[in-house]
Structures are given as C-alpha cells and as structure tokens.
Design a protein around this ligand. Structure first.
Ligand SMILES: Cc1ncc(COP(=O)(O)OP(=O)(O)O)c(N)n1
Ligand SMILES: Cc1ncsc1CCOP(=O)(O)O
Ligand SMILES: [Mg+2]
Length: 211
C-alpha cells in the first residue's frame, strides 16, 4: 500500500468552482498523471463534503490512483478512501491508526520536525510529509523547512517521504533530487489554466519522462 504514495500528489482546493468543475479538474489532473489525490476542504458543509469526496474516490478508483482525505477519519471511512492525512491538530496518530485498521493509509505532517517524524513512524504512519519546503501561496503562514530534511528522515525510515509547500515547475526537480518520493501541490495544479498539461509538466520535470 505505501508504494502507492509516489509521484505527483494533487490536493484539491476550494478555488476550484463547485460542484461540477471540481470533478472536471480532478479528471484533468488524473489524465495528466497524478498518482495521489487528497480531498482537502475546510468547510463544515458535511453533505457537500460527503458528495464531493465520494465522487473523487470513484474517479481515483477508476484511474488506479490513491485517494486520501484530509483531516477527517470518518469521511475517509464513509467514502472508502485509501487513507487519511493528519496534522498536529488532527488527533493522535496511534489512535487514528487503530481506528482505521491496517487496510488504510495514515499520512502524517511532520513540518520540519524529525522527532515528530520518528514518533509518527513508531505510531504506525504510512508516509511522512515535510514542509513547507518553499513559501506557499496556499498556506503563507507555514514555516519553511530546508530540503535537507528528506536525507535526514531517510536515515531512520523507509516510509515514503512527501514534500509540500510552494512547489512548482521551477523548483520541483530540486525537491525530488533532495529525496522526496512524492510531491504534493495545490496551487501549481489548481491555479493552472490547463490542469492536465500543468500536471504532466510537473511530473516530467520532477520525476522524468514516463518509461
Ligand atoms: C500531503 C500533505 N502534507 C501536509 C499537509 C498539511 O496538513 P496539516 O498540517 O494538518 O494542515 P491542513 O492541510 O489540515 O491545513 C497536507 N494536508 N497534506
Ligand atoms: C496544506 C499545506 N501545508 C503546508 S503548505 C500547504 C499548502 C500547499 O499548497 P501550495 O502547493 O499551493 O503551496
Ligand atoms: Mg490537517
């Protein structure tokens, strides 16, 4: 399962107009080659969240991509997502691991904190995310952490390492060269005029041409 966390990891953004265009945008990202999609929606409209997450889950299933729900274990279970992504305000990693069982992935934000990363591995995290690795247009308040964090984390874990924050076509190659297995983006895809082309371009620049 953890092998599925690799390549371009696209995170949905509220700027995608709702509801039809969100699906259209996810379809374009999947055609462009996104291997992981995360539903990230901070609203409290439970009905719309459920509908949108279920729709994206079906799209990812059809495309063979991995589908992750941000923050919300119950929603992940309800739509049969492949996993959840949890940050420092989203609950205890061991408790989430126990609640979800071994079949679903638990991704954990580690920011630039290697002690948190070690503890997350101990608690059963399936992948570790580090960032912002550059100033993020989506989350400008996020602290920037050095790319050396990937080599440092690789010293103690073979879990997939995900980079996030301010990653775009100009800097993605340096991020993967530093050791990130997957690269998570919001703006570089959702802000693009042509989502399919932007996705494909990021993949070639970051991971090389498809073999
Ligand atoms: C892949 C990935 N990495 C990091 C985050 C950030 O999680 P968190 O710190 O909980 O912040 P929010 O996204 O919930 O605002 C993420 N969502 N995905
Ligand atoms: C959710 C999150 N956590 C750290 S940066 C970030 C947002 C990443 O978005 P972008 O790719 O637009 O910088
Ligand atoms: Mg969170």
């Amino acid at each position: 399962m953890t092998a599925r966390i690799a390549g371009l990891y696209v995170i949905t953004d509220a700027r995608w107009p709702r509801p039809v265009a969100l699906e259209t945008a996810v379809a374009a990202a999947l055609r462009g080659g996104a291997r992981v999609v995360q539903y990230r929606d901070k609203s409290e409209d439970a009905g719309r969240r459920q509908r949108e997450a279920a729709g994206i889950a079906a799209q990812c299933r059809a495309a063979g991509a991995c589908f992750i729900v941000n923050d919300d274990v119950e929603l992940a279970r309800a739509v049969d997502a492949d996993g959840v992504h949890m940050g420092r305000d989203d609950g205890d990693v061991a408790a989430i691991r126990a609640a979800l069982g071994p079949e679903r992935l638990v991704g954990v934000s580690c920011y630039g904190d290697l002690d948190r990363a070690r503890a997350a591995v101990e608690a059963g995290a399936d992948y570790l995310a580090f960032g912002s690795v550059h100033p993020s247009p989506t989350k400008p308040e996020a602290a920037v952490v050095p790319l050396s964090v990937f080599a440092a984390a690789r010293e103690f874990t073979d879990r997939p390492l995900v980079a996030i924050g301010g990653i775009n076509a100009d800097n993605i190659a340096a991020v993967t060269a530093a050791g990130a297995d997957a690269v998570a983006v919001v703006d570089a895809v959702s802000g693009a005029a042509d989502i399919e082309a932007a996705t494909a371009d990021l993949i070639v620049r970051g991971f090389g041409p498809a073999s």
